[in-house]
Design a protein around this ligand. Structure first.
Ligand code: ZN
Length: 400
């Protein structure tokens, strides 16, 4: 018996091993055979600075206690931690946060998809393009700001926005680029469509050191638009839209009226990208949640949350009509150390109640951020994970 048992057990173990090797992992780990193929399109949405309290405040204000934001109705949600790999900080900035999503690696604050030694890492945006997909980015920040930059460029310092613009044209080549930041695409003295030193912020002026990148974009076949009307009239092909010198709202102001709505830009981008039979990757970002949270300006944060959620609705409607589209909504970090409390500052929709917002900092915090997902494989975004997990899930979908 004993002499027989050893080979029999060995044989059983070998067969079990073979079975395990062949069986797709039950949790869909990495590339699930068959399943990844059903993902054609990925829409990744960043509410910059948005965590649980911003979402709850937005829900109470825009939908009421019995209602929900569009992002709250996504069928799967989880939590992400946001720790950077920074020698001086446990709290991430937008550059390290987006680098974690785009490369799967934690890095230092200010890094744009480079590792802790400054070496460039492959980015999801560039990889998706190499795999034959159309790509795009839409933001109310500068199109070369940290979040979009991390998906489509590499830089040891996020401040080099003119070189990030150059990399878009010469390296990663997103098909659609919509947002602010015209100042970085033009050399000093060339004001472009948006006048230098406007009264709303006299510090704004063209400052690029990489030549006239808008002319270069036109030479490369991009249609260039700078107004809402121009965007509406743009038809297919590659599209560059820069609707402000810097952010599409005044960073230090108390007005949130972007010249083109985030939802409108998202709709336009989807219309163009959907023409690619190989699918697409689109990054969408609302910057104003973060910037008004830095200013502890609750009223404007609520307004920006409403605009962000309209863009989420646009993405979700597109996904509902185009099977094989995954939509993911999250934030890169929490801003403001925000709490929702009883108070009288803001009305709760549909009730006689009111609520207040309490801020504990004008900076970012290390709080977790919620992540919500809709579409095929959305269930991967449950549980609690580091923010690098976004890359772990999306990379196998986008790079094949
Ligand atoms: Zn911030």
């Amino acid at each position: 018996m004993r002499k027989l048992a050893v080979p029999v057990i060995a044989c059983l173990l070998a067969l079990t091993g073979l079975y395990l090797l062949r069986k797709p992992p039950a949790d869909g780990g990495g590339a699930v055979p068959g399943s990844a193929a059903v993902i054609r399109n990925v829409i990744f949405i960043n509410g910059d600075g948005m965590a649980a309290a911003h979402r709850e405040a937005g829900r109470l204000f825009h939908a009421g206690p019995d209602g929900s934001l569009a992002m709250d109705r996504f069928p799967y949600s989880g939590q992400l931690t946001t720790s950077p790999a920074d020698p001086a900080s446990v709290v991430t900035d937008s550059a390290a946060g987006a680098s974690a999503w785009a490369t799967g690696r934690r890095t230092y604050n200010g890094a744009v998809s480079v590792d802790t030694r400054g070496r460039s890492l492959p980015t999801l945006g560039a990889q998706a393009k190499r795999a034959g997909r159309a790509t795009g980015l839409v933001t109310t920040a500068q199109v070369t700001d940290a979040t979009p930059a991390a998906f489509f460029a590499n830089a040891v310092d996020r401040k080099g926005q003119d070189d990030i613009a150059r990399q878009y044209l010469e390296v990663s080549k997103p098909d659609v680029i919509l947002g602010g930041g015209e100042d970085w695409w033009l050399p000093a003295g060339t004001s472009g469509a948006h006048p230098d030193r406007p009264s709303a912020d006299p510090s704004e002026a063209s400052l690029g050191r990489r030549g006239d990148l808008i002319a270069q974009a036109r030479d490369d076949g991009y249609q260039y638009v700078s107004t809402a009307g121009g965007l509406a009239a743009a038809d297919g092909g590659r599209l560059l839209g820069l609707f402000a010198n810097e952010e599409m709202f005044q960073q230090n102001g108390d007005v949130y009226e972007p010249p083109v709505d985030l939802a409108t830009m998202t709709q336009k981008a989807l219309g163009i990208l959907a023409a690619d039979p190989d699918g697409f990757f689109l990054l969408v970002e609302e910057e104003a949640v973060d910037e008004f949270a830095h200013a502890n300006n609750g009223r404007r944060v609520l307004q920006a949350m409403g605009r962000l959620d309209r863009a989420v609705e646009v993405a979700q409607s597109f996904a509902a009509a185009h099977p094989g589209t995954l939509v993911v909504v999250t934030g890169d970090h929490e801003t403001g150390g925000l709490a929702v409390v009883d108070g009288d500052a803001f009305p709760v929709k549909g009730t006689g109640l009111r609520f207040g917002l309490r801020w504990t900092t004008t900076g970012h915090t290390a709080q977790d951020v919620p992540v919500s997902a809709y579409g095929p494989l959305a269930d991967r975004f449950t549980g609690k994970h580091p923010n690098t997990y976004v890359h772990e899930v999306l990379a196998p979908m986008l790079t094949r």
